[in-house]
Design a protein around this ligand. Structure first.
Ligand code: AKG
Length: 243
């Protein structure tokens, strides 16, 4: 793995994302895929469309191998290079595209975080419940200090609906519909093309989207979010413990 150096970090700050190839080796990848595949499909954390599982929530809680991954040396090195040594994982998701679940997602920022309990705190809201877990939209200042690590369980290429990003769109706070439209018109989208075992680092406020795959097959991504600071007013991140 090529660890991000100061040039990488400067471009990460400016662009809001970085692609790091070959972070996790083949053997560990095979074990992770097995752990994901064996996860009980009756779990409420899993979303299905027809016969296809296309998303799993609460991955840090439901798949021990994912919790171990979040604490593994290669992931810690990447996370600490951006958030520092106090960083901890706060949410884990899986996204997949299959012939049965060949979905798309419109341009958006990731605005919600998972918390243990609902406590009204100024600047936090609206609230929602996803797979039984309390979620809330924190102020942009909280999201700006978070990092998303997306580990690719399959090669991500032009034809399997890769994530696309609008570079530089992460430093303007939460964007309204018109601002998102303006970004789309001004800024060419960058597809995040990377091989199995590679990582996309991104800020949650970076505008991102993806299209259905042209050649549907698995396109699995483990999506881990990290923070480095506690929340105000008694609010608690859902997951704050290392594996
Ligand atoms: O994996 C994708 O294509 C989209 C994921 C997504 O919507 C997200 O990360 O918020």
């Amino acid at each position: 793995m090529n660890l991000p150096d100061s040039n990488h970090l400067q471009s990460f700050d400016r662009l809001g994302f970085a692609l790091i190839p070959n972070v996790i080796g083949q053997e560990e990848m095979a074990q992770l895929i097995q752990a994901i595949t064996q996860t009980n499909p009756n779990s409420t954390a899993i979303r299905q469309r027809g016969q296809g599982t296309y998303a799993m929530r609460n991955l840090l809680e439901t798949v021990p191998a994912v919790k171990t991954l979040a604490a593994s040396t290669p992931i810690r090195l990447l996370v600490e290079s951006i958030l520092g040594p106090t960083a901890f994982p706060v949410r884990g998701l899986l996204f997949d595209k299959t012939p049965e679940a060949n979905w798309k997602v419109a341009w958006h920022q990731d605005l919600s975080v998972a918390v243990k309990h609902r406590i009204e705190v100024a600047g936090f809201g609206p609230w929602s419940i996803k797979a039984g877990i309390q979620h809330v939209q924190p102020p942009a200042s909280v999201l700006e200090q978070m990092l998303t690590v997306r580990l690719h369980l399959d090669d991500s290429h032009e034809e399997n609906g890769p994530l696309q990003v609008l570079p530089g769109s992460h430093i303007h706070g939460k964007l309204g519909a018109q601002e998102i439209e303006a970004w789309r018109n001004q800024t060419p989208a960058t597809p995040c093309i990377i091989g199995q075992g590679g990582v996309l680092l991104m800020r949650p406020l970076l505008l991102h989207a993806s299209s259905p795959a042209q050649r549907p097959g698995h396109r699995r991504v483990i999506h881990l979010e990290f923070a480095a600071k506690s929340l105000p007013g008694g609010l608690e991140w859902l997951a704050t413990q290392f594996a």
